[in-house]
Design a protein around this ligand. Structure first.
Ligand SMILES: [Zn+2]
Length: 569
């Protein structure tokens, strides 16, 4: 599953979510993001010219990555600085995996804008535009990046008897005789990894949280052995550490040839303790909310999954793969299925990055498309709530079909993930509504959630509805339209929510999706998507207005020690 082309979950808003509920996922689906455009509408300009690249640079809004570090003492700040240094070392490794010799590439690019754009893309191919080359003479991106020899064919790979050729942490290379050999990452990148491991061990000495200290030590070992399981278990066991780190070779999206090879990346994270406490409180309502679902009893007979390890964080550093092209706003790890089976996964929502995308991308879209008198209902708080409850809502509804034949996922085949995401979207709003009714959330602000929810749908179909998840958003849009949940102003082409009708439509759509899931009714699922999953001419015309508004496609970061006000460790 290619994150940047087919995001696992093309959220309703910039929302993050994770569709590997349970341990059934066969491919890592651990990061999601505001889906970048398959930039079909990008202006056609010759590659390699400064103006062309300037236009592409404007696809990214620049955002500072910071967090309030005032509650940390000097020792913890020093530890954070060491973590940032360690995270930064993933950049050099990722450059090697994605392109090869970074300095050689940058040196041969004379134009500063083009050089900057190469840094953003970790190579000469535009990640937001189907990997189109923007440096003359580099040719097409090799599907296997630098994980395999450039001249290796699939037939040659398939015929090779090498046992660890499909391993996550090996490179394929040629020996002196031209035969394929494997080289483990910890040998290929030994010098860099030793430096990184040293930084993690230094940081571990400063860690106050015992679990985090253990994790850092095990992760340092893992970088040098390519055996990550013990460190993944230690990471799952951490519950209270205010500072967190994701580091190592993790996702396999960069390997577009086979999806076998993991690329290096990193995140340094500061936990939002207040939201984590709130989420723990809301989780107690899950059984009650499940019972109250607006659907026949038999479709809500399962116990809701209340064990979601879901927390909010401020990201202060993105390195390597995480920092290339489109930026993720949520992490769901680890990918190791043995760890998942024993411990589940942790879901981390990256709040400040979500907020940046909300302000830089979603608000400008909503300003064009939401009625004037409801503009004041657009808020990040509402957006963040909708997003968080989307995550929690994956635990509601039903996982096994009523006929006892197996999982909903299996029964709905290629429709499964768009129905699961569509369910989580609509039940997320249902949860917000119910919790407001129960006095847990501010009822006076519920309209913000509804208007922001509608804006989220419009954002998600900004570039059309060509994939399954955008189709799910369109099903919701068209269903809402039929039910009068919103109206379109003829004169302005802007949309206005009708609160009561939207509440009714939310309940009706919830019932519809839950019923199709419970029946495992593939034909009904496909029919709903086919009939209601398309963008009609009127909406397409409204979305066209966004082309003139020069709204960024994604964000890039100003980040590092100086931005955080930290000293070199
Ligand atoms: Zn989701």
């Amino acid at each position: 599953m290619l994150r940047r082309l087919l995001p696992a979950c093309l959220l309703l808003a910039l929302a993050a979510c994770s569709s590997n509920q349970g341990a059934t996922a066969t491919a890592p689906v651990s990061k999601e993001e505001l889906a970048p455009a398959p930039a079909a509408s990008a202006p056609v300009v010759p590659a390699g010219t400064s103006t062309a690249v300037q236009k592409h640079l404007a696809d990214y809004a620049t955002v500072k990555l910071t967090a309030d570090l005032s509650k940390f003492d000097a020792r913890q700040k020093k530890m954070i600085a060491l973590l940032v240094e360690a995270a930064d070392s993933m950049n050099a490794l990722y450059w090697k995996q994605a392109w090869g010799d970074r300095d050689a590439l940058l040196q041969k690019i004379a134009d500063p804008a083009t050089r900057e754009f190469a840094e953003i893309n970790y190579g000469p191919w535009n990640r937001l535009d189907n990997d189109k080359p923007f440096v003359d003479g580099v040719g097409a991106r090799p599907l296997g990046a630098q994980f395999y020899p450039a001249d290796m064919t699939k037939a040659e790979f398939d015929a090779s008897p090498l046992k660890d050729k499909t391993a996550l942490y090996t490179l394929l290379r040629r020996d002196a005789q031209g035969q394929l050999v494997t080289v483990p990452y910890h040998e290929a990148y030994k010098a860099e990894l030793e430096k990184t491991a040293g930084l993690l061990r230094q940081a571990a000495k400063l860690a106050k949280d015992a679990g985090f200290r253990k994790y850092l030590m095990l992760r340092a070992d893992a970088l040098l052995s390519d055996d990550y399981q013990a460190s993944d278990f230690a990471w799952m066991d951490m519950k209270h550490n205010p500072i967190d780190l994701v580091i190592g070779p993790i996702e396999t999206y960069e390997d577009q040839l086979y999806g076998y090879k993991a690329s290096y990346e990193s995140y340094v994270l500061i936990k939002d303790q207040a939201w984590s406490a709130k989420l723990a409180r809301f989780a107690k309502y899950l059984p009650e909310l499940q019972r109250e679902l607006p659907v026949a009893d038999k479709y809500k007979a399962e116990k809701p999954g209340a064990d979601a390890d879901l927390n909010a964080y401020f990201a202060v550093y993105y390195g390597g793969d995480a920092n290339a092209g489109a930026k993720t706003i949520a992490i769901n790890l680890p990918n190791d299925e043995q760890v998942q089976l024993k411990k589940g996964t942790r879901r981390l929502q990256l709040e400040n990055v979500m907020q940046a995308k909300f302000e830089q991308i979603m608000l400008p879209i909503a300003r064009e498309l939401i009625a004037d008198d409801q503009q004041h209902n657009l808020s990040f708080d509402a957006f963040f709530q909708n997003t968080m409850f989307h995550e929690v809502a994956h635990g509601l509804g039903i996982k096994e079909t009523l006929d006892g034949k197996g999982t909903v996922r299996k029964a709905l085949k290629d429709q499964a993930s768009s129905f699961e995401e569509g369910k989580a979207d609509i039940l997320g709003l249902y949860m917000v509504t119910k919790l407001a009714d129960k006095g847990e959330l501010d009822k006076a602000k519920l309209m913000d959630n509804y208007v922001t929810f509608l804006a989220g749908i419009l954002r998600s179909v900004r570039f059309g509805a060509s994939d399954a998840h955008a189709k799910a958003n369109m099903v919701r849009f068209n269903f809402f339209k039929q039910q009068g949940a919103f109206s379109r102003d003829e004169n302005t082409g802007r949309y206005r929510v009708d609160f009561d009708k939207m509440t009714a439509a939310m309940n009706a759509l919830s019932a519809k999706l839950l019923t199709i899931q419970g029946n495992g009714d593939y034909e009904a699922a496909k029919q709903l998507t086919d009939q209601m999953g398309a963008v009609d001419a009127e909406l397409a015309g409204d979305l066209k207005r966004l082309d003139q508004a020069h709204i960024p496609v994604d964000i890039r970061f100003e980040q590092g020690l100086a931005v955080l006000g930290l000293k070199q460790p």
